[in-house]
Design a binder for this molecule. Structure first.
Ligand code: ARG
Length: 584
């Protein structure tokens, strides 16, 4: 059990001893101390519970202090109006460290009630560019999947690609007229994108072309053999092209249930919605309207206009009979619930789709769906000018270009200082560091905040970056290389004597307390921030505490600190989807 939980339970037991009933005692909470000068953990339980205990906060704090059992962990003090500050002793930390040495999970306990969670992330659109927005989704989703699995949840990752949409009218139109077979073989994603762009440009100029594209789409939807076979080829080539990118990113999926996988279910879904009384006809389309049970300010089916509220229905069948993104998503919810038997589905998608998901989740709730649905939304990546990132020509930058640029930046930044000599190994290292750098930049920001895409900054070794953490790992490991072998603890008791050793131990012990919190609010940035803090604690320890030159229990302890720092860094980065090199 983590220290946090042990203290939490003991605090609750103390509350009960002090005459507070069980339910109230459950409200006594404990957290990491905001300021380490006052201790390691703190609680405001005495203030929160004073009223129900019919005592003054200070009085209750005194009583809790007297009855809580902490001798084996450290000591407790009262501060201010009744805060309880807990300080963990050096021997207690040393004992925890020894425990971590034998623990593959490094103190991270599996959750008590695992859930089956579908994580819907990445989801680019076939024949459209996979851009930085998809990059955010890919990295956040992949990291949540890794963390969820590590915590013992049954995670199903699903790439809900946009493989059925209006873009196919245009792609098929251009395919029939100007397909370049050679280029399609060399780089399918680029060729499909070129076709799409060519057609969409022509549509803008010429209504007749737009009409032709629309007809191609209708033919496809009605099962025209030629169009279907072009569509099939587009989807399978896209998938191949995407797999190359995902391989490079180290990301994989359990399923690729794209939009088209739900085609057969759409008409039934709409029929059901009508039968259930949720959807009705309006101007030839079938729509879901507000149930009228909520305040319009929070009703996803209302929109403010000219000082009043207007209906903003969710269209599930267009007046031309076609189904859309919303219909597919409703069918997808059903599938995940009924076929995948999921307890939850998390959608890692751009914040601009917020309204869509509010409507989708409301429809699901009205149909009695008990799956936990979450929109894990995120903000925008900005260029150095503070505006959404664009290429010089004004397009969204392509993902593959961004990756190449990052690898190049990593190569440049390591020039002159890398200890790695073989060219091949250097290339592999630049690839690893470049891609890790982008991932870490992403995951170290709170997902809803916008951030500036600054390659030089992200590959820098001195900032809050992936290479800084990877270097810290290499540094920890280098001690063992110098020593000529791995650390084999001889079982003697560890001893923490220096303040910096103690602080590093404290950070290591926190790993198990930190990881589960990431899933509350979907915040991989907490883990990223923790790893940076751990690395800083390590460097400051390493500067002032000689390892190989020390002796006896001190040397053993310091080696254990190095070993555990390396393991926690490696495991923590791995949960963010980042690998560590053994040399840099
Ligand atoms: N393909 C969509 C896009 O690029 C994202 C799909 C997200 N998932 C979903 N179930 N709607 O915007």
């Amino acid at each position: 059990m983590t220290l946090l939980r042990v203290l939490q339970e003991r605090l609750r037991a103390a509350c009960v001893d002090c005459g507070i009933d069980e339910a109230d005692a459950g409200r006594a909470s404990l957290s990491h101390a905001a300021d380490l000068r006052f201790g390691d953990y703190q609680s405001n339980a005495a203030m929160v519970l004073a009223k129900s205990a019919k005592r003054s906060p200070r009085d209750l704090a005194e009583a809790l202090k007297a009855s809580i059992e902490v001798e084996d962990i450290g000591e407790v003090e009262i501060a201010g109006p009744g805060f309880l500050n807990f300080r963990v002793s050096a021997p207690a930390y040393a004992e925890r460290l020894s425990g971590l040495m034998d623990d593959d999970r490094l103190g991270v306990e599996p959750v008590e009630s695992p859930r089956r969670i579908v994580i819907d992330f990445s989801a680019p659109n076939v024949a459209k560019p996979m851009h930085v927005g998809h990059l955010r989704s890919t990295f956040i989703g992949d990291s949540l999947a890794r963390i969820g699995r590590f915590l013992g949840h049954d995670v199903i990752s699903d790439n809900h690609i946009g493989d059925w949409g209006t873009q196919f009218g245009m792609v098929i139109w251009a395919w029939k007229r100007s397909l370049d077979r050679k280029s399609l073989e060399d780089n399918p994603l680029n060729e499909l994108l070129r076709l799409y762009r060519a057609a969409s440009e022509r549509c803008g100029e010429d209504d007749a072309v737009r009409e032709e594209c629309r007809k191609e789409l209708v033919a496809l939807q009605q099962g025209d053999e030629e169009n279907l076979s072009i569509w099939r080829e587009c989807v399978s080539l896209s998938r191949e092209g995407l797999e190359v990118i995902y391989d490079r990113l180290g990301v994989s999926f359990d399923h690729w249930l794209g939009e088209s996988s739900y085609n057969d279910r759409l008409s039934d879904v709409v029929e059901d919605l009508v039968e259930e009384g949720l959807a009705r006809e309006s101007d030839g389309a079938i729509c879901v309207f507000s149930a009228g049970l909520e305040d319009p300010g929070v009703d996803p089916f209302k929109i403010q206009k000219d000082g009043g509220w207007e209906d903003k229905p969710m269209i599930v069948r267009k007046s031309d009979g076609g189904f859309n993104y919303a219909t597919t998503d409703i069918a997808t919810v059903d599938y995940r619930l009924e076929e995948l038997k999921a307890d939850a589905a998390w959608y890692v998608v751009d914040h601009r789709q917020g309204d869509h998901f509010r409507q989708l989740f409301a429809v699901a709730a009205r149909r009695g769906c008990r799956m936990g649905l979450e929109h894990v939304s995120f903000g925008t990546i900005l260029g150095k000018d503070g505006k959404p990132l664009k290429t010089r020509s004004g397009d969204l930058p392509l993902l593959s270009d961004l990756l190449d640029d990052a690898v190049e930046a990593a190569r440049k930044s390591s020039e002159g200082r890398s200890r790695v000599e073989k060219q091949e190994e250097r290339d592999a290292l630049a690839e690893l560091i470049g891609i890790s750098a982008i991932k870490f930049m992403e995951l170290s920001h709170h997902r809803t905040s916008d951030y500036i895409f600054d390659l030089d900054k992200m590959v820098s070794m001195d900032g809050d970056t992936a290479p800084y953490l990877q270097y810290s790992y290499v540094r920890c490991r280098s001690i063992f290389a110098k020593m000529g072998g791995d650390y084999v603890p001889d079982g003697a008791a560890l001893e923490l004597s220096e303040e910096r050793e103690l602080h590093l131990a404290r950070m290591l012990v926190r790993f198990g307390e930190m990881v589960p919190v990431v899933l509350e609010g979907f915040r991989p940035n907490l883990l990223a921030g923790y790893l940076l803090e751990l690395a800083r604690a390590y460097h400051s320890f390493f500067q002032s505490c000689p390892v190989l030159k020390s002796e006896g229990a001190i040397k053993d302890t310091r080696l254990a600190l190095c070993e555990l720092t390396a393991r926690v860094l490696r495991q923590g980065l791995q949960l963010l989807g980042i690998e560590v090199p053994e040399r840099m």
